[in-house]
Design a protein around this ligand. Structure first.
Ligand SMILES: Cc1cc2nc3c(=O)[nH]c(=O)nc-3n(C[C@H](O)[C@H](O)[C@H](O)COP(=O)(O)OP(=O)(O)OC[C@H]3O[C@@H](n4cnc5c(N)ncnc54)[C@H](O)[C@@H]3O)c2cc1C
Length: 419
């Protein structure tokens, strides 16, 4: 195999795993990376701790947690599971631990350790890494990928693996180059949009709540007056809108809606999802009995975060100065409704550059899901976020990059074996 040359474009998670795999299988591997270091994005994942995968028992869980074309990944997830990744980490000497929600991190809590592990593995297997060398074109001859051109040289290859990532956090090198290159080759690129990203809202009161974090709330996304989906968890107010795990997870779906129609997309926040409206009403009655001599603004202090009270009251058409004792049943009902359905209008998502992942990319219809080969250009493979795939937080995006990187590399090597 050493006379077979595979070029990997991009040394991110997908490219590094692909390079490690192809070089272990005996191919001559050259990795071309435009930044001065491999895995720059990997170095900032998981807030610098790298949530490397998820410990979920079944790869079906990975599909469920991959809203962007999860089913396309079925074969890749079968060919390279999280257990396969654990086996490699064991072999490569990286200790790891499992945390809440099955999130897997290096024992050292250091994303840099993961990056260094890949560098070492590439070196040990004789893969050549060129940094500060940007690929500008994929070369195709007689319909077959045969090399690449960079800002420095032209390279011949028997197979090319494109692993240039999406368009998020461009300072790490992922700035959409790969998408432009394959577009020139006639491939379809689906709408590029942010995912796992905060949301911009119309209501200005969110600014007043900047920094306020809410736990154990549920948020429902509405489109054209219809309830579509709800999630339970944690969220936070910012100066422009909303963020936090729950909001990031909803952003994939909201982004899709906003692409089609920018109006009529809103969220309702249920601040007390564990209580039925009746039970919440009874709870209000108890609190109002306790605070019957106070003004309304002081009657909700046991139930809600202080900063939220004036907002809830205003939304329910109260000034807050009303006497608690004067509150009617109808007034209480208005409060119950707002506490369980506080409406917020979403006008946009923050830009793709600020997103944890890019939704959209090379259309999965162009790719053979069993091999990651580009259907109309034999010898060209694509893996990782350059594809139209995106997952939720929890280690699912890195596993998607690793699984597709593994599949691209093994099939690139396999296809060259008999030639
Ligand atoms: C802040 C942040 C935190 C994250 N945390 C997690 C997490 O904890 N767990 C998780 O599962 N996912 C996480 N993700 C998502 C995850 O990092 C990505 O999904 C994953 O890195 C995608 O891997 P990739 O190899 O496809 O692309 P990338 O990691 O983006 O790598 C692409 C590489 O290609 C190079 N490149 C681009 N163009 C060229 C060119 N023309 N020539 C040569 N090289 C080029 C880039 O410089 C880059 O090194 C996080 C993302 C961000 C932004």
């Amino acid at each position: 195999m050493k006379d077979k040359h595979i070029i990997i474009v991009g040394a991110g998670a997908a490219g590094l795993l692909a390079a490690a795999t192809a070089s272990r299988l005996g191919a001559k591997v050259t990795v071309l990376e435009k930044m001065n270091l491999p895995g720059l994005k990997m170095g900032i994942t998981g807030k610098g701790r790298c949530n490397i995968t998820n410990a979920a028992d079944s790869m079906d869980d990975f599909i469920k947690n991959t809203p962007g074309n999860g089913k396309f990944l079925y074969s890749a997830y079968q060919q390279f599971t999280n257990k396969d990744l654990f086996a490699l980490l064991d072999e490569w000497g990286l200790a790891y631990k499992v945390e809440r929600g099955g999130r897997v991190f290096p024992q050292s809590d250091s994303a840099l350790e993961v990056r260094n592990m890949f560098r070492r593995v590439l070196e040990e297997n004789g893969a050549i890494l060129h940094t500060k060398e940007a690929v500008t074109r994929i070369l195709v001859e007689n319909g077959h990928a045969c090399g690449v051109r960079t800002d420095r040289a032209t390279y011949q290859a028997d197979a090319v693996v494109l692993a240039t990532g999406g368009c998020s956090y461009p300072a790490t090198g992922s700035s959409g180059d790969g998408l432009r290159m394959v577009k020139d080759l006639g491939l379809t690129i689906t709408d590029i949009r942010p995912s796992l990203v905060p949301m911009v809202t119309k209501e200005t009161w969110v600014k007043d709540l900047m920094g306020l974090s809410l736990r154990n709330v549920s948020v429902t996304a509405w489109r054209k007056g219809k309830k579509k989906t709800s999630l339970f968890g944690e969220m936070m107010f910012t100066h422009f809108g909303l963020t936090g795990p729950l909001i990031l997870s909803l952003s994939h779906t909201i982004g899709k809606w906003l692409l089609k129609d920018k109006t009529d997309v809103w969220l309702t926040i249920n601040l007390k999802p564990a209580l039925s409206p009746d039970v919440l009403d009874k709870r209000l009655q108890r609190d109002f009995q306790k605070y019957h001599k106070k003004q309304l603004v002081n009657g909700l202090v046991d139930l809600l975060p202080k900063r939220l009270i004036p907002i809830i009251l205003a939304e329910a058409d109260f000034t807050g100065h009303e006497a608690v004792a004067s509150l009617t049943k109808e007034g209480r009902q208005r409060l119950v409704e707002i506490i369980q359905e506080l409406p917020v209008t979403v006008t946009a998502l923050r830009p793709v550059e600020e997103a944890i992942v890019t939704a959209g990319g090379i259309s999965v219809k162009e790719i053979d899901p069993k091999t990651m080969e580009v259907k109309k250009i034999p010898g060209l493979y694509a893996c990782g976020e350059v594809l139209d795939i995106d997952a939720f937080t929890g280690g699912y995006n890195l596993q998607a990059a690793f699984s597709t990187g593994y599949v691209a590399a093994t099939h690139a090597v396999e296809s060259l074996q008999d030639k």
